[in-house]
Design a protein around this ligand. Structure first.
Ligand code: KG4
Ligand code: ZN
Length: 345
């Protein structure tokens, strides 16, 4: 019988991570904190035809890819399934149908191998990606979270606990990047295309900052910034002026990212914490990485950023968070269900 109370906890387990919350089917293997393999099969090209992620297409693509991506991850790690000590899988947040594919596969694997199933919150996975680049990284630190669904500055107090110091009151930064991409006529996935266009432009368009002024606590807002971009585009069109798309992209990128960097560094200094980490798709942005790294250097802070490929959705981060949960003995029952939404706190 499969009994979650019967598992012994090893200090340096081999864990398979599986991720299928959106349009990437991913699997990765870690041994302790050492990453052995990380594989992704993406349906992004297929989704791009529709200008965004179509849930039905995502679920079908995961069904086709999950077996193969796990096979590749095990092969490249040179680990046989029998050597695994646990299976970590994203159970939320994300597209329900998409999540169920990875979750069901992971349950089957955990059951057949009689090893712990570890249910990972996708966002905690993004936060754990930093552990993959620095063997010695341990809490406390200040973390900038900037993804498609969340934007916040966190005080990571321990491996399992964090406090939200400030967050967006409306859209997430990644969402704003995607919407601005659409307004500028750029293809899905939008964020990286805004970044490319921004490199050709200058910061010449006046836009509101994403930092909410005079708020009682740290707060960001992206909906005003997004509307200002839409207005800038429409005004130029109405006046028959040449649309400086690259300048708009550049100005938007700065208005979106500068306050996040500033507040992250300020939070660390204010709390006397010497290390800063970051996670989420927007952290793949080169401008964010440069400015945050430089701002930390200037302030005498250590800055640990996950590799770009581990900022956007991947399974290495799910395995990394899986390790934390495994060591805490936090195992899931086979009856666990997928969840479309999980509050940040
Ligand atoms: O963390 P993520 O992969 O998915 C979740 O939301 O969990 O984040 C995806 C978001 C998208 O909104 C995408 O536009 C944004 O991250 N993104 C970027 C870049 N790469 C991905 N935003 C700005 N610059 C990038 N290079
Ligand atoms: Zn994500």
């Amino acid at each position: 019988m499969y009994n979650i109370n019967s598992f012994k906890i090893k200090s340096s387990p081999i864990i398979l991570g599986i991720e299928s919350s959106c349009d990437e089917t991913a699997a990765a293997v870690i041994s302790g904190r050492k990453l052995l393999s990380s594989e992704i099969i993406s349906s992004a090209t297929e989704q791009a035809k529709y200008g965004g992620v179509v849930p039905e297409i995502a679920s079908r693509a995961h069904t086709e890819a999950v077996g193969e991506v796990v096979r590749r991850a095990l092969k490249n790690a040179d680990v046989s399934a029998e050597k695994l000590d646990g299976v970590a899988v994203t159970f939320g947040a994300g597209l329900l149908g998409a999540l169920l594919v990875g979750l069901s596969f992971a349950k089957g694997l955990a059951y057949s191998l009689n090893i712990p199933l570890i249910a990972v919150n996708h966002i905690r996975g993004h936060l754990a990606a930093a552990y993959l680049v620095a063997e010695d990284l341990k809490p406390p630190f200040i973390t900038l979270l900037a993804s498609g669904g969340h934007t916040a500055v966190l005080h990571t107090k321990s491996y399992t606990e964090f406090e939200v110091l400030g967050a967006t009151c409306d859209d997430a930064a990644g969402e704003a990047f995607d919407k601005v991409a659409r307004v500028l006529g750029l293809e899905y996935p939008g964020g990286v295309n805004v970044e490319r266009l921004a490199r050709e432009g200058e910061n010449s368009v006046k836009l509101p900052s994403a930092l909410v002024k005079n708020a009682t606590r740290m707060q960001f807002s992206y909906s005003g910034l997004k509307t200002a971009v839409i207005n800038a585009v429409h005004n130029a069109e109405q006046r028959g002026e040449e649309l400086k798309r690259a300048d708009i992209a550049n100005s938007f990128q700065r208005a979106a990212i500068d306050p996040l960097v500033k507040k992250t560094v300020e939070s660390a200094l204010k709390r006397g914490i010497d290390t800063v980490t970051a996670g989420g798709g927007v952290v793949a942005n080169g401008y964010l990485r440069d400015t945050l790294t430089k701002a930390c250097q200037k302030a005498g802070l250590r800055c640990v950023l996950p590799e770009k490929r581990f900022c956007t959705d991947n399974a290495a981060m799910i395995a990394a968070e899986g390790l934390t949960q495994y060591l805490a003995g936090n195992f899931a029952d086979l009856s666990i269900n997928a969840r479309a939404q999980i509050p940040l706190k």
